[in-house]
Design a protein around this ligand. Sequence first.
Ligand code: HEC
Length: 109
Amino acid sequence: MKKIYFVIFALIAGTFVFYMFSSSAQSSGAGDFKYVGVDKCTGACHKGESKGNQLEIWQASKHAQAYKSLQTPEADKIAQDKGFTTAAAETPECLKCHVLGKDINAFRA
Ligand code: HEC
């Protein structure tokens, strides 16, 4: 009778250990980041007077407009002058600095 309890315990423990290892294997590695966007990451932690108005200061800066600045005729002209045949906002060489996480696999949570 005691043997059956041991078998049940071993099965449950084994299942638990299996899931622990399989989930930790999934959540490690370079491709496991997820970009949540400014609304989420600043929602609770970086907003308001008590946080030094970090969100508000960033939003008012040009840094917050880095991608938008590629969607202008001025940006297209810069890209064209550099010999690119695509619009600035579609040119990987421009996007790599003007967009967060370019070329990083950030789709797995
Ligand atoms: C190595 C990183 C990097 C690359 C690559 C890059 N940029 Fe920029 N870009 C910047 C930085 C940093 C600024 C801000 C410079 C400043 O304000 O002094 C900027 C500013 C700009 C601005 C002015 C924005 C504004 O409102 O003042 C435009 C337009 C622009 N970049 C277009 C481009 C285009 C088009 C390409 C591709 C041909 C490109 N950038 C590639 C980093 C980069």
